[in-house]
Write a protein that binds this ligand. Structure first.
Ligand code: FAD
Length: 531
């Protein structure tokens, strides 16, 4: 079984489970391989935080496989283009007859896997690729004309109907891998090879000691913490602060659907100032918990044999959000151009962006002054735009490696529509900072915000960051937590401080007036290619 960086678990893992069952059936050893590919991490803008998280999880998996006497071989491999050859020679060396793996839907990964198939088939090695990432795999939920949905709502309705039509299939719980005698014998004879050390870090992806310790505290590695995070969301009403010292393991109260967090998810999920969402994304992205397990657990709570789309039910609403994840994977699978830096709506490839440097490699339209643009981007990245909700969100991202969905939407829309900076620059920065950075969800979210993606709402949906701020952070707790300069400010001033107040408190003035920015965006989107 070739484990990839999106399926780092033993429980409910389709390819691993199937590989183990086959090994058991034929009394042959099960071997697990993991390839650390630094060149892929660079090419795909992986964050140092995500790589550190992967390594921490591998260290735990090493212990789990060792307990089961399953050989686990972890190797660092470069260059990435020789991975297919490496995998094949590994298979030949160990007499592997079938290679099991879970599907990765991105272009580079598909090309790599096709190459492996081409090398393996003539040698009589079978490759079994399983769909594990989504609840409903790409290609199943399609329009009547068998085309991909490019709008979420009809996709989601069909997704739910498909799911309800065959719940036991889509929510199957795959058995855990088991030890078998052949694996034990192989481990005894080849022990040292399989005793590979998990590196502490990958060159180029080092974290500072301080960040490493912080990430470890906020996002503990392993399947047990992941299960606790899910349990905490489903069963506790305790509201920890969304803001800082997160304690994902703080669980403990009784199962009472009426008072748990998920019950309020339908109405409160957009509140940034309190702990309203599951925070499972880091665990889902790296596959430390299966998305099927999340759905099964929530349905158990609902005590229902059907997935409900009823918006008032927090559980139904949460499952709809999980459908967004499947939807965006579907988009990447059907429209690979989106993962190559191209907009889904190609007409917007000519929009004139303010930044030169960042879009210079993509040949996108240009305008503006280089120095100002770099400075503007820097201010967005560091949370110094002078718009409190944007700055608090960006500081939260920089500190935690995570942001609430609304915060992601507000900051992405501010960068693209207010600052008119190319969405690809923001997409890349998020990937470099997020612990849950995932191509399909991140690209989908950025293209949605920039109106270049699969969104039926036209480009003139432009968030006003100040009214958004009042809606999502009505208490002001979120802004006050992340912006110490504004900690003493109460009332509406907090969301939009006057120039005099900002000056007094040492907080920056806004880069641009929102109304002016809005007009510019409307003009540029209406006539792509023009100023
Ligand atoms: P919950 O609200 O508890 O939702 C449960 C799960 O459903 C999430 O963990 C996630 O897997 C999925 N989900 C929820 N909303 C979405 C959505 N809009 N799109 C796709 N999946 C969703 N999510 C990532 O996992 N990785 C990313 O790199 C990423 N980048 C984003 C960039 C932008 C600009 C935007 C607008 C959204 C992005 N999202 C991304 C989606 C979403 O913001 C996060 O999944 C969510 O905030 C994670 O918090 P949670 O686990 O508490 O979510």
């Amino acid at each position: 079984y070739w484990m990839r960086m999106c399926d780092l678990r033993l429980r409910d893992n389709k390819a691993l489970s199937r590989a183990s069952a086959q090994a058991q059936k034929h009394d042959i050893p099960l071997i697990v391989l993991f390839i650390i590919s630094p060149q892929d991490y660079i090419a795909h803008d992986r964050s140092a935080r995500r790589i550190d998280f992967v390594l921490r999880n591998l260290a735990i998996l090493k212990g789990s496989f060792s307990e089961l006497h399953i050989p686990f071989h972890v190797v660092v491999h470069t260059p990435r283009k020789t991975i297919p050859k490496f995998v094949l020679s590994f298979c030949e060396e160990h007499g592997v007859k079938t290679l099991f793996t879970n599907m990765e839907y991105e272009v580079d990964e598909l090309r790599r896997d096709i190459e492996i198939c081409k090398l393996a088939f003539p040698k009589g090695i079978r490759i079994e690729v399983m769909h594990d990432k989504c609840i409903v795999e790409p290609g199943v939920v399609v329009t009547k004309q068998e085309k991909a949905y490019a709008v979420y709502s009809p996709y989601q309705r069909n997704w739910m109907a498909t799911l309800n039509g065959n719940l036991s299939h889509f929510l199957e719980d795959c058995p855990l891998p088991v030890a078998n005698d052949s694996s034990v014998r192989l481990l005894e004879s080849l022990g040292p090879l399989f005793n590979s050390q998990i590196p502490e870090t990958v060159a180029g992806f080092e974290l500072t000691d301080e960040d490493k310790a912080k990430m470890k505290e906020i996002w503990p590695a392993g399947e047990t913490p992941a299960a606790h995070v899910l349990q905490r969301f489903l069963t506790t009403k305790k509201r920890s602060s969304q803001l800082g010292g997160v304690d994902p393991l703080a669980s403990g109260s009784t199962i009472c659907p009426k008072f748990n967090r998920i019950a309020k998810y339908g109405n409160e999920r957009d509140r940034i100032d309190s702990d309203t969402t599951s925070r499972l994304s880091a665990y889902l992205t790296s596959g430390i918990i299966s998305v099927r397990q999340c759905a099964r657990a929530s349905m158990l709570l609902m005590n229902s044999k059907k997935v409900e789309s009823d918006k008032a039910s927090g559980i139904g609403r949460w499952l709809q959000e999980i459908a967004w994840r499947d939807f965006y994977v579907n988009i990447v699978a059907f429209f690979p151009r989106v993962s190559m830096g191209r907009p889904y709506l190609e007409k917007f490839s000519q929009v004139v962006w303010e930044n030169h440097q960042a879009s210079s490699d993509s040949g996108i339209g240009r305008a503006g002054n280089d120095d100002d643009d770099v400075e503007t981007l820097k201010r967005w990245k560091t949370g110094m735009t002078g718009v409190p909700i944007v700055d608090a969100s960006m500081r939260c991202l920089n500190e935690m490696g995570w942001m609430h969905n609304r915060a992601r939407m507000i900051t992405a829309m501010y960068l693209t529509k207010d600052l008119m900076i190319d969405w690809r620059v923001g997409e890349r920065y998020f990937m470099e900072m997020l612990i849950d950075g995932d191509l399909s969800s991140n690209n989908g979210g950025w293209q949605w915000s920039a109106s270049t993606g699969v969104d039926p709402c036209p480009y003139f949906r432009i968030f006003n960051p100040y009214t958004q701020s009042l809606k999502v952070d009505p208490t002001g707790d979120f802004i006050r937590h992340w912006i110490p300069e504004l900690r003493k400010v109460r009332g509406p001033d907090l969301h939009n401080p006057s120039a005099a107040l900002a000056d007094k408190l040492g907080y920056p003035l806004p880069i641009i007036a929102h109304n002016e920015a809005r007009e510019r965006a409307l003009r540029r989107y209406k006539n792509p290619g023009e100023q």
